[in-house]
Design a protein around this ligand. Structure first.
Ligand code: F6R
Length: 369
């Protein structure tokens, strides 16, 4: 039931605060992560993991890419993310110290299922992050951490994506506690950030009107580029994927640092470019680097739409439009920055008269290889 909404997608986009809150519910107790579903993974086993391989497809793979930054930073366990359909055909190196984490909203994606089976055959231990109770992938895994986003009907994944990141962050913080890589204070700080996400998502949704206008102005656009860095990089790719699948517009997401290695040649006057701007409070001077990327593309005529945190004035002289997200610790920004990109793609598709719930050629669950 659409419950008064014009599409399932619009309903599901608006349910994102709830989706994250439900995924966190009952799993944070006295500043510690409690995941009873992981009981079969004892602390000794979690301490003995040498690396994590995340397998997923599409939007779920981008959730994995976001989580890679957080899990590595918190737990110091190396994380690689691989598309399920590539993983199985390259004789990946796996052993009992490799943890394979699959991510699937439906729990039925054939490529991911086959990759999980393959990993188990090779002796790896497997955890499934899944949104569908009793689906095949969790049944084929050693343990499952369910996202409680509720049923996702629209083909394009939205609320499942933010719930996947929330579940992966919980797992990363659990791992960090068990392995002793975060102090109790750091853990409490990160958990508080995580718990603040639903409210901040609500604030981002409250700013939708500006994005909607932008989408309507841009209804004739033939190509859109997306740039991001660090956790903003997978968000750039997710923004591009949403626009391709919903609005049938050519779109590409790049790591901003790659620009000068090729993609900047694509910039010509009028080319729209979304830039996910990292927080000026973040590490490694990423913010000034992305601002200078913006200057570079602006000088070549790009039309820049910046997604930047509230109060970041450095982008103002160079951006044609600024979409604001609330302040959050850098690792938590992707959960917020993705929302305007989802809304942009949905609105643009609607402005073109397309069916946002059922884009052409796509199925909600891809049960063939
Ligand atoms: C994009 C989208 C797809 C899915 C992918 C994996 O909006 O929905 O890219 O994310 O097909 O599906 P699941 O998560 O069901 O394995």
């Amino acid at each position: 039931e659409k419950g008064g909404w014009s599409s399932f997608m619009r309903k599901e986009v608006s349910e994102q605060p709830e989706a994250v809150a439900n995924t966190l519910r009952g799993r944070i107790v006295d500043d510690e992560v409690v995941i009873p579903e992981l009981a079969s993974f004892g602390d000794d086993e979690l301490r003995s993991i040498r690396r994590i391989t995340v397998i997923a497809c599409g939007t779920a793979a981008y959730a994995g890419m976001v989580a890679k930054y957080a899990i590595e930073q918190w737990s110091r366990v190396p994380v690689e993310v691989e598309l399920s359909h590539e993983f199985r055909y390259r004789e990946p190196v796996l052993d009992e110290h490799t943890l394979v984490v699959s991510i699937s909203q439906s729990g039925e994606t054939m490529d991911t299922l086959m990759a999980v089976k393959y990993a188990r055959e090779q002796g790896a231990r497997t955890i499934s992050i899944c949104n569908t109770q009793g689906a095949t992938i969790p049944r084929e895994s050693d343990a499952v951490v369910y996202t409680h986003a509720g049923p996702e009907v629209a083909v394009a994944s939205t609320k499942a994506f933010v719930a996947q990141i929330a579940a992966l962050y919980l797992f990363g913080l659990h791992l960090a506690r068990v392995r002793g890589t975060l102090s109790a204070t750091e853990l409490a700080t990160q958990l508080a950030e995580l718990q603040a996400v639903p409210e901040k998502l609500q604030a981002v949704l409250g700013e939708a009107e500006k994005v909607e206008q932008l989408a309507h102005w841009m209804a004739d656009t033939r190509s859109v580029l997306f740039l991001g860095r660090h956790v903003g990089f997978p968000i750039a790719m997710e923004g591009a994927l949403k626009l391709k699948e919903l609005a049938y517009i050519h779109a590409e997401g790049f790591a901003a640092g790659e620009l000068k290695h090729g993609p900047i040649a694509l910039i010509e006057p009028g080319q729209p470019v979304f830039v996910v701007v990292p927080s000026p409070r973040g590490s490694a001077n990423l913010h000034p680097k992305v601002v200078s990327n913006i200057q570079e593309i602006r000088a070549r005529g790009a039309r820049v739409i910046a997604i930047a945190e509230a109060g970041d004035a450095a982008v103002l002289p160079f951006a044609d439009e600024v979409l604001r997200i609330p302040l959050a610790a850098p690792l938590f920004e992707p959960l917020l920055a993705v929302v305007p990109l989802q809304i942009f793609a949905m609105e643009l598709a609607q402005a073109k008269g397309l069916d946002v719930d059922q884009p052409r050629n796509l199925a909600k669950s891809v049960t063939v290889e």
